[in-house]
Design a binder for this molecule. Structure first.
Ligand code: NAD
Length: 507
């Protein structure tokens, strides 16, 4: 791995678009700076693609679909194998790009890349994943079987917080299924997806299979309204996800929208205190709280309420820092606006009556005076009507709530409109069984804090954290990116001819 002092700044002045298998400089006159959030250094400028550029990308994806869907499945799978190999080879380099444009610590950035590589490995199994079903003899000499076929041009809209993993949730599996794909990554960290697509091309993806366009709301709406796009995957915030789901379905597209979260951990008094404390620190403050599977709310049940001081003492020992600082627990917030929003949320919590055990709003990091730093922040005496609890703060801010019983905790969590992920820490199988059964949340950890499922399962957020029917990656994504064709066949083996069948029964 290169040390930060030896890292070359090889970023282009403007982030290119990838259209028809060519890297092209946008003719747009609207650009957004890509900023290193630890230093405020402008790394590049990302264009807002023009309508004409998007039309070219869509036309290329549409035309290429006709040939790509005919490429034999093992050949498509082999591209995924090559891609997995290249991603592993360039793993650290991609992680460094993430660290520069998003500020993640190097360790955390490597995790972002690795969790994406796992999905590519899964996509390499596409032949087994696309197997249909067969029943012989459904009626006299009649067999029924199904094929799973690709649907066409798919699109993906991704958030800033996992610039490698989340694009990799989408395009490899969609393309392995035989579709073509248009990615519109977050405008805050487009350099990582650019590198991912360069490597995809190097892995042997034919021209036109993959396109990248850049921009914001207008570009997304343009794609959602375009008749040649069949399906869209979105990951991002609740309001944007609702808008995208509505607009996509209104335009008769198949949509899956993974949205925001307000996750909870329940701590039972019989849990191992040290495990609880360590796991809370990692899941509340890791990645500066900028994970959809972060745990910003911990419900301490019964005597576990006494552990608030231990949690605060452990949090005091960690600090944010630059990506290359091995002592840093996490990096900066994504941008100055996010930092200010979190500082405002901390101030509001104080005025609403929460007790601040640890206040990170005035945080500095030596050598990085301009970074978007927020220190670990902890509130106790938090009630469920407070904004710091109700709203997704998406920063290193932990709310500690106390409740008397597990039933009370389950009821409170089930009342939140989101249902992305949750955890329970307990030594009781009975409490864990009750929790996993009764909680209305799609991803549950038992003594595991951030239950992001591996890609042979799917990412199954529920309720207000998801709009659609079929979830990201795993078998559900294969269903999402394909259509099932059911064939009922009879082959006549003699010349006997019976009369017309006037019923709908198979005879
Ligand atoms: P965001 O909703 O602001 O942006 C996501 C994407 O939507 C970006 O590509 C952005 O350019 C685009 N976009 C923004 N405004 C738009 C608009 N008005 N119309 C159309 N497109 C628009 O989200 P973010 O700040 O990048 O990411 C953080 C959010 O993502 C958090 O709420 C987090 O919980 C959520 N998230 C959810 C998951 C999940 O799997 N459920 C995973 C990661 C992040």
């Amino acid at each position: 791995m290169a040390s930060p002092s030896t890292l070359p700044n090889t970023f282009p002045d403007t982030v290119p678009l990838f259209i028809g298998g060519e890297w092209v400089k946008s003719t747009s006159t609207t650009f957004t700076p890509v900023i290193n959030p630890a230093t405020q250094e402008v790394l590049s400028q990302v264009p807002a693609a023009t309508d004409a550029e998007m039309d070219r990308a869509i036309a290329s994806a549409k035309a290429t679909f006709q040939t790509w869907k005919e490429v034999p499945v093992p050949q498509r799978a082999r591209i995924m194998l090559n891609y997995q190999h290249l991603l592993k080879k360039h793993h650290d380099e991609i992680a460094e790009i993430i660290s520069q444009e998003l500020g993640k610590t190097f360790e955390d950035a490597k995790g972002d890349v690795w969790r994406g590589i796992e999905v590519v490995e899964h996509a390499a199994n596409v032949a087994s994943l696309m197997m249909g079903e067969t029943v012989e003899n459904v009626a006299g000499s009649i067999d029924t079987y199904s094929f799973v076929q690709p649907i066409g041009v798919c699109m993906g809209i991704t958030p800033f917080n996992f610039p490698a993993m989340i694009p990799l949730w989408m395009f490899p599996l969609s393309i392995a299924c035989g579709n073509t794909f248009i990615l519109k990554p977050s405008e805050r960290d487009p350099l990582t997806p650019t590198r991912l697509v360069e490597l995809f091309e190097e892995a042997g993806a034919p021209k036109g299979v993959m396109q990248i366009i850049h921009g914001g709301a207008h570009q997304v709406d343009y794609l959602l309204e375009h008749p040649d796009i069949c399906a869209g995957s979105f990951v991002g915030s609740v309001p944007v996800g609702k808008h995208i789901y509505r607009k996509g379905t209104e335009n008769l597209k198949r949509m899956q929208c993974m949205t925001g979260a307000n996750n909870h951990m329940v701590v039972m008094p019989d849990a191992n205190k040290n495990q609880v404390v360590n796991n809370i620190i990692g899941s509340a403050f890791g990645a500066a709280g900028q994970r959809c599977m972060a745990i910003p709310n911990v419900i301490l049940v019964g005597a576990a309420a006494e552990w608030a001081g231990d949690i605060a003492a452990a949090a005091e020992k960690i600090r944010p820092g630059a990506w290359s600082d091995k002592g840093a627990a996490y990096g900066p917030q994504t941008n100055a606006a996010a930092k200010q929003k979190i500082i405002a949320a901390i101030a509001t919590a104080k005025t609403e009556g929460a007790t601040c055990l640890l206040d990170g709003s005035d945080c500095t990091v030596e050598g990085y005076p301009d970074g978007n730093w927020i220190g670990p922040t902890i509130f106790t005496d938090v009630t469920r009507d407070m904004a710091v609890y109700k709203d997704e703060v998406f920063g290193p801010v932990l709310c500690l709530l106390t409740m008397d019983t597990l039933d009370e905790a389950i009821a409170a969590i089930n009342e939140d409109f989101r249902g992305n992920g949750t955890s329970i820490f307990t030594a009781s199988g009975g409490a864990a069984r009750k929790y996993q059964h009764e909680i209305l949340v799609g991803q549950v950890g038992i003594n595991v804090p951030i239950p992001v499922p591996l890609p042979f399962f799917s990412f199954t957020g529920w309720r207000g954290s998801f709009h659609g029917d079929l979830h990201a990656y795993g078998k559900q994504a294969v269903r999402f990116y394909t259509e099932t064709k059911t064939i009922t066949a009879r082959w006549f083996d003699d010349d006997s001819v019976s009369g017309p069948n006037m019923s709908i029964n198979l005879k």
